[in-house]
Design a protein around this ligand. Sequence first.
Ligand SMILES: Cc1cc2nc3c(=O)[nH]c(=O)nc-3n(C[C@H](O)[C@H](O)[C@H](O)COP(=O)(O)O)c2cc1C
Length: 401
Amino acid sequence: MQRLTNRQIILGITGGIAAYKSAELTRLLKGAGADVRVVMTPAATEFITPLTLQALSGHAVHQHLLDPEAEAGMGHIELAKWADLILIAPASADFIARLAGGQGDDLLSTLCLATDAPICLAPAMNQAMWRNRHTQDNIAQLRAGNIGIFGPGSGAQACGDTGPGRMLEPVELAQLTAEQFDTGALAGKTVFITAGPTREALDPVRYISNHSSGKMGYALAQAAVDAGARVKLISGPVNLAAPARMDVVQVQSANDMLAAAMDGIASCDIFIAAAAVADYRPTAVSEHKIKKGSEEVMELHLVKNPDIVASVAALPGKPFTVGFAAETRDLLNYARSKLERKQLDLIVANDVSQPGIGFNSDENAVTLVSRDEARPLPQTSKRQLASQLIRQIAELYNRAQ
Ligand SMILES: Cc1cc2nc3c(=O)[nH]c(=O)nc-3n(C[C@H](O)[C@H](O)[C@H](O)COP(=O)(O)O)c2cc1C
């Protein structure tokens, strides 16, 4: 079920007796880490209330196609694009016929027409309806069109008949849904990532900081989510939109960042320290704005900040700990000594003296330095590089277990 972590699933419910089982199915998909949006046909709402599904999925239930208010929120095309998979359970004989006929006369069938995501159906109906030639033709046509058909099972039916047409049990459906996804390289793992600069206050209006944009850390967080990880992104102040599908904790100073990093660290499998943490902070923060005086030179007194990545790496039962080293010369030697000194598992070293890469730019080139080797990753976009880095980190993490 780890394959469901962070997956975005539309659960379509149509008008059949088995609709009551969709409540349990929603709970199971959510429990396995999926984000579930429920879409109901009008007939489905006669069998189970949207309120139940709203409470279980944590989102308002989508019901109507021609609803200006719903379109102003997540409209039908947006919803079709949002889905990683559409699961229709139960799928009525009527809905199956509409889907096979390419109809788009309600929200759910329109979503199926508009999506590029895989579609899976769990048929549920009376045995005679299932055996009916039209239903069988429709099912054959949908199978040929690459639509997954889960079940149906066979046995006693709500109407008193016995035979094929029972919807599979929710636990079987959740399992089959999980099997539609590849196992991500970090499926089921918890990853903490720090990103961006820190701000060290001098007074209520001034601070010491640096030029880190946070782009690399944010790209890594997205790549880790795509690889199936549960991600906590601990971000200093940046001009980037908070990404979806992860827990984002906004912080200001190095001390705040350390506290956020240590919060729940026992559950963390991989810690990636991509933030540019200020090494020093003012010894004291003035309560009021510091006024310009007559002196030509002003002295600032600074005190060392905590070393966040070294603090994490020093923990008993520490996570696999990855640091960053931004250097302007002698890159590999500095990276190796940092790896040893801070007891890290891996260093991502980049030469910030080179134009066009590193701080504030959209591209980067790095060398991955571990105890045994140095692997160069050539210049590319931070997004591309982040996917390559996450793949390599996953491989080295698995090797270290
Ligand atoms: C009490 C009752 C139970 C029903 N159960 C089923 C069922 O299990 N499977 C099915 O295909 N149709 C069933 N139907 C018929 C559908 O509700 C009907 O075909 C409806 O048009 C389906 O609409 P939808 O596919 O848009 O949800 C049932 C109807 C009633 C009145």
